[in-house]
Design a protein around this ligand. Sequence first.
Ligand SMILES: C[S@@+](CC[C@H](N)C(=O)[O-])C[C@H]1O[C@@H](n2cnc3c(N)ncnc32)[C@H](O)[C@@H]1O
Length: 208
Amino acid sequence: MTREWQSAEHAAAYLERADRVPHRSAGETTLVDEIPAIVHRVLDLGSGDGRLLDLVLRARPDARGVALDFSPPMLEQLNIRFASSPRVEIANHDLERPLPDLGTFDAVVSSFAIHHLPHERKRQLYEEIWTVLESGGVFCNLEHVASVSPGAHERFLGAMGITAADEDPSNKLLDMETQLRWLREIGFADVDCYWKWRELALLVGRKR
Ligand SMILES: C[S@@+](CC[C@H](N)C(=O)[O-])C[C@H]1O[C@@H](n2cnc3c(N)ncnc32)[C@H](O)[C@@H]1O
């Protein structure tokens, strides 16, 4: 298990800078645009404080959501954000283990979370997402992916205003092409990167 996210300091440090991630809102808006107009159930993997699920549910007012995370401080934030919302269920689960039985979904979304899993587990999780998606459903992963070279990674850090010493030790970055290939192999259609800024990429696949 990635221990960093169990710490209140680690979670608070991320939440404090979350709004300053460059171009983030462009990625989030593009993600919401990829979700069908009518969705009944949405699963958000590694929800953090629920910012992405909140955006999705505001854009799709008839939908209900499941927010999944394993970090006690993030689960606390989720409980605060969605305290008065009967539309949201909160699941405490470690994504390094197989998804629990949460039913099926019209959309599975995630932002900046799956890159914390070992590569082998990323691929298994993509297969599990396929299984829980309804036909016509979509998987949208706004993700932190690996740069094409150490130099490009250094330039990304510079653009983020941080150095290698500030990097999250729980990151397990993987290149975008491998992940797109995995999604195609699993059976997803229309697989592509729908938005990208340096190491931040929106990977989308649909289940016909
Ligand atoms: C960088 S934050 C992103 C949070 C949120 N999705 C957002 O966009 O602001 C990464 C999130 O993934 C969660 N996470 C990391 N590893 C996880 C795991 N193995 N199981 C469940 N959640 C995990 C962390 O607890 C944290 O909330």
